[in-house]
Design a protein around this ligand. Structure first.
Ligand code: NAD
Length: 302
């Protein structure tokens, strides 16, 4: 079995692959270079890059499986691959813990204004009196999308003794009961939450699901966190609300990445990270090992 690894995979994932297959690593290839190489291989492994296009799939005459170390499959023409009988496997569980913890990194850093405190101190300013934070204890956290990440986040929030509200489009009553969350409508969640966090996929139904009207429904000064996908928040409307001082925000994902020239970069009341919620050593190791096992399994069962 021959596996072509097209994006940097954790060494543990490579070790698992090498126990069962001949493995070649080839990073940062252009499409023409992939087209030349790919006919030899029965499996390819990617991360969020490179793109696996229809053209590559057509050239990959021996291909049986495409593995994605990570969640999103937007860089793979999944429908076309499956129409050609090629398995597409990914690792949706691997980054759950990392993303849930990053939400708290954002939540705490905004609640205590850590970035501003750090910057002021480095510039020689002791602005102790201006930095009045707020506690998470006893506050209400609204979770929009109560799947893997959303519900895990609810468990962590309970450790902070927060009241947890959950909204989803599917029946989440059992998981909510396990976590100790209250299932509410989106309207109630928007009205009652001090902190709100989004954990939905980007779909036509979730695009701009937080826009001017939803922002207006939120409590004054509430903090909106997004580590799901850019595009679920209307960035223009958010910018206006930030400038008006109506809400605060913490974003890890953007409509366009990187968000070069975006007014969000100069807006007040916001903390930003460059799509790193899933970027931990542990998540990368889990994704590497899981994708290796899934690819080998798909190759072995044909
Ligand atoms: P999941 O599929 O387990 O959960 C998503 C939940 O959203 C589901 O319960 C679904 O029913 C719900 N949902 C769908 N449409 C909805 C709507 N209109 N309103 C309310 N709920 C809705 O997914 P997950 O693993 O928890 O991932 C959540 C998001 O996090 C995804 O967008 C994923 O791409 C993103 N993610 C980001 C990073 C990062 O690095 N920032 C890493 C991993 C995942």
């Amino acid at each position: 079995m021959k596996v072509l690894v097209l994006a940097k995979l954790h060494p543990e994932g490579l070790r698992v692959l090498r126990e069962h297959a001949e493995v070649e690593e080839a990073y940062d290839l252009k499409e023409e270079e992939i087209l030349k190489k790919v006919p030899e291989y029965e499996a390819v492994i990617v991360r969020s890059k490179p793109q696996i296009t229809q053209k590559i799939i057509d050239a990959a005459t021996n291909l049986k499986v495409i593995g994605r170390a990570g969640v999103g499959l937007d860089n793979i023409d999944v429908e076309y691959a499956r129409s050609r009988g090629i398995h597409v496997v990914n690792t949706p569980e691997a980054s759950t813990e990392s993303v849930a913890e990053h939400v708290f990194a954002l939540l705490l850093s905004k609640a205590r204004d850590v970035p501003r405190a750090d910057q002021a101190l480095r510039e020689g300013n002791w602005i102790k009196k201006q930095l009045m934070g707020r506690e998470l204890y006893g506050k209400t956290l609204g979770i929009i999308g109560f799947g893997r990440i959303g519900s895990r986040l609810g468990e962590i929030a309970k450790g902070f003794k927060m009241r947890v509200l959950a909204y989803d489009v599917i029946d989440i009553s059992q998981r909510a009961q396990e976590v100790g969350a209250e299932v509410v409508t989106l309207e109630t969640l928007l009205q009652e939450s001090d902190f709100l966090t989004l954990h939905v996929p980007l779909l036509p139904s979730t695009r701009n699901m937080i826009s001017e009207q939803q922002l207006r429904t939120m409590k004054k000064g509430a903090l909106l966190i997004n580590t799901s996908r850019g595009g679920v928040i209307d960035e223009k409307a958010l910018c206006a609300a930030l400038i008006a001082g109506d809400v605060e925000a913490a974003l890890d994902v953007f409509e366009q990445e990187p968000p070069t020239g975006s007014p969000l970069l100069t807006a007040p009341h916001i903390v930003l990270t460059p799509h790193i919620a899933g970027s931990t050593e542990e998540a990368q190791e889990k994704a590497g090992i899981e994708v290796a096992h899934k690819v080998i399994e798909a190759l072995s069962t044909g």
